[in-house]
Design a protein. Structure first.
Length: 221
């Protein structure tokens, strides 16, 4: 059994290292786009199903509250937490619209959405990406395996090089944490005047103060 334990940890580490080798430049580029959206007073929207819903809520909370440093609140919303919205949309319009309807309501041109699907084939995630693109939002996808339809539908795709859902999920949350840390650093540089005069990130953070609490979710991946 201990050999199996060591293998799981080795496999997870190896997948993450391969992913970092392939995607480090794109991670930096997306972190810069996120920071710019937040500087301008825009927002980040996260969504996914099952474990990906939990990741969406986890990452939104890191932006709204704090990650590693104290700073102003940042505007980030997980579209997986409002049970009244989710159930009314699912009941009236269908489960494939539970995220797209919220994107239509909350998204604005220049916002950034993070669509999370381990397979890249989740219909409600794909439909939300389509809605975001119509609105003029930047679209980012976290997926794995072949990338599915999601990898082709977004502006910036991160495809974990594994067919195993646990390894994909573990890499997704590490990717999310890396983006949180990089965005914090970029906004701190702005606040200190290294990248721009003044502190628009703080103003953007203050506008995010009304974001809802993030709660755990469940469902199919």
């Amino acid at each position: 059994m201990q050999a199996a334990i060591h293998k799981m940890f080795r496999d997870s580490a190896e997948v993450k290292l391969r992913f970092a080798e392939q995607y480090a430049p794109r991670i930096e580029a997306v972190a810069r786009r996120m920071a710019e959206v937040l500087r301008r007073g825009g927002k980040l929207l996260f969504f996914g199903n099952g474990g990906s819903a939990a990741d969406a809520q986890h990452l939104a909370a890191e932006f709204v509250n704090r990650f590693l440093r104290d700073r102003g609140a940042l505007a980030a919303i997980a579209l997986t937490t409002d049970t009244s919205a989710l159930t009314s949309i699912g009941n009236d319009l269908g489960f494939d619209q539970v995220f797209s309807r919220q994107v239509e309501a909350l998204g604005r041109p220049g916002d950034l959405v993070v669509a999370i699907s381990t397979s890249g084939h989740s219909p409600n995630v794909l439909r939300a990406v389509e809605a975001a693109r119509r609105l003029g939002c930047v679209t980012v996808g976290f997926t794995g395996g072949s990338g599915g339809r999601l990898a082709k539908a977004v502006d910036e795709a991160f495809v974990v090089p594994s067919a195993e859902t646990p390894r994909i999920q573990e890499t997704h949350i590490t990717l999310g944490h890396a983006l949180c840390a990089l965005v914090d650093d970029l906004l701190a540089q702005t606040d200190s005047g290294q990248e721009a005069a003044g502190s628009p990130a703080t103003a953007a953070g203050q506008r995010a103060g009304g974001s809802s609490e993030q709660a755990a979710g469940s469902g199919q991946l």
